[in-house]
Design a protein around this ligand. Structure first.
Ligand code: MN3
Length: 249
């Protein structure tokens, strides 16, 4: 769609929605001063999807991936830039991890925004990476060190999967299901509400699945359990192993 059509056709609200799609062009949507001054620098950028929108079909459809990445993730990035733009003295965090583990260091007025949108940014940045195109006929199972650790902790991959799927189906409303390495160094299945990162409470997210309806509704509608089951076909265990190594410090 042409930008002019969006601007004239849908008014101010859509202008902000549109701006949210291209955080690199417009870094401060919704800010009163965004159009009066030079646009402030974008501290945060939307990482590109590491594969085509349709790569995860039939388990996650093309349209879901496109909306999810280009609109939902982009909106978190955009809101984060807007919040930081209000405080020009704030420096970029050393890493996204540092952003959500040091919420107290930010002005109270933008702390919730950072928790939600910083969480959204870091969770989705992980999410795209820990998935990859399924190979037809191949049952995806864990490999490497994480396979050994899952077996040692949960008894079997199947046991772990059912715990994880249960965490996913029993999370009320929007949130994430996780495999984390907790502060004591043990693997745990958990879930969080909204966009809360496990990092907030000191757990390292090794693997997480998005439970927001925007992650599955176009294809699965209300059938979250079916989505959770199908999702195992696109888990990129090589990347999960990298994250497990990182969690070991
Ligand atoms: Mn999402």
């Amino acid at each position: 769609m042409k930008r002019r059509n969006l601007l004239t056709g849908f008014g101010t609200f859509s202008l902000f929605a549109f701006v949210g799609l291209e955080p690199n062009l417009w870094s401060a949507p919704g800010s009163e001063s965004a159009f009066a001054q030079t646009a402030p620098k974008s501290l945060f950028t939307l990482p590109p999807l590491p594969y085509a929108y349709k790569a995860l079909e039939p388990h996650i459809d093309r349209a879901t991936m496109q909306f999810h990445h280009d609109k939902h993730h982009a909106a978190y990035v955009s809101a984060l830039n807007t919040a930081f733009a209000k405080y020009p003295q704030l420096e970029a965090p050393k890493s996204l991890e540092a952003l959500v583990t040091n919420l107290d260091q930010y002005p109270e007025a933008i702390r919730t925004t950072i928790r939600n949108n910083g969480g959204g940014h870091i969770n989705h940045s992980m999410f795209w990476q820990i998935m990859s195109a399924p190979k037809s006929g191949e049952l995806r199972e864990p490999t490497g060190a994480i396979a050994t650790e899952i077996k040692a902790t949960f008894g079997s991959f199947a046991e772990f999967q059912s715990l994880f799927n249960l965490a996913g189906t029993s999370r009320f409303g929007s949130g994430w299901a996780w495999l984390v390495r907790d502060k004591a160094g043990k693997l745990q299945v958990t879930s969080t509400a909204n966009q809360d990162s496990p990092l907030i409470t000191g757990d390292y997210p090794i693997l997480g699945n998005d439970l927001w309806e925007h992650a599955y509704y176009l294809n699965y509608q209300n059938r979250r359990a079916d989505y959770l089951k199908s999702w195992w076909n696109v888990v990129n265990w090589q990347e999960v192993n990298k994250r497990y190594q990182t969690s070991l410090g």
